[in-house]
Design a binder for this molecule. Sequence first.
Ligand code: AMP
Ligand code: MG
Length: 352
Amino acid sequence: MMRAKIVCLNRNDPDEELIKEAGEIILNGGLVAFPTETVYGLGGNALDPEASNKIYTAKGRPSDNPLIIHIASWDDLEKIVKDVPQKARLLGEKCWPGPLTMIFNKKDIVPEETTGGLDTVAVRFPSHPVARKLILASGGFIAAPSANISGRPSPTKAEHVIEDLADRIDMIIDSGETDIGLESTIVDFTSDKPVILRPGYYGEEDIRRILGDIDVDKTLIKNDNSLKPKAPGMKYRHYAPKGDLTIVEGERDAVIDEINRLVKEHSEKGYKTAVLCSDETKDRYFGAEVISLGSLSKEEEIAHHLFDVLRTLDSRKVEIIYSEAFNTQRIGAAIMNRLLKAAGHKVIDLKK
Ligand code: AMP
Ligand code: MG
């Protein structure tokens, strides 16, 4: 039976009474899924250890994978972190409110349940109007990971949240599709040099342009399982569709020929196959379900569609999936980070 109350809130003018009701659920230790500009979040009171425990249980998330605390004012940042380095302030001034998460040393008020036992804390100041109003109505600090069952693609529509969590949480706020569709960029400010732990809408070059010298977590660059990522969540398999997904990389015509060949081979064996591609190439595939993520000249569109398409593959019960690579100019690193995880890093590289 469905437990969650589902409410529709206008993105730009949400009903104040319903925001208040949602805020009270969180203040009383309950869980509310809500829209942000990145993906839907599963929110609980970040300062209440029991609420954080409930989030891990609802998602089936390992409890060593820390949650991001969402705030709605700069003043509230000082209440939960020990110090804000000058460079973090500079980056925050450019990118907050928005799809950026920063890691700081935490104050004692933040329970270890929320930070997965770490003495650092991840903080984000989202720009989505519904998220901002909800945070303020909930006491100012919402711990929120993506509102999906652990391992599944992150939710970009309320329907995705309903699919995964309707019988496990108290309320789901539906404000339509999220804007960006990929999770936030994470930058760690707890060592001497800022380090990018997860690429997102803001890429390496965007951050470097603002901060100058930065590092990028090595596990994001090298596909080496012996390296331990600094963001604990990055070590887990994620986003995976139920079907077997392989990325085929190389020169465009060669990729198309190889994917068509592989599709033919597997279809003949009776498998249900699909191809993930772009508007530019979609007419050149045959014999499979062909799904375009959008035009390569509109990388925002590709990012926006990725998780929804990964879920569609499941609902259509596709067994074998081949995807083109999407190394687009700016968000390409973030798109490929998610796609590689979804594929369990299975890549056929035709350049080799
Ligand atoms: P999600 O909210 O599901 O997008 O996941 C949050 C991500 O932030 C995970 O990859 C976490 O491991 C990472 N994260 C949260 N807190 C910290 C922290 N204190 N240090 C490093 N990474 C963190
Ligand atoms: Mg997540």
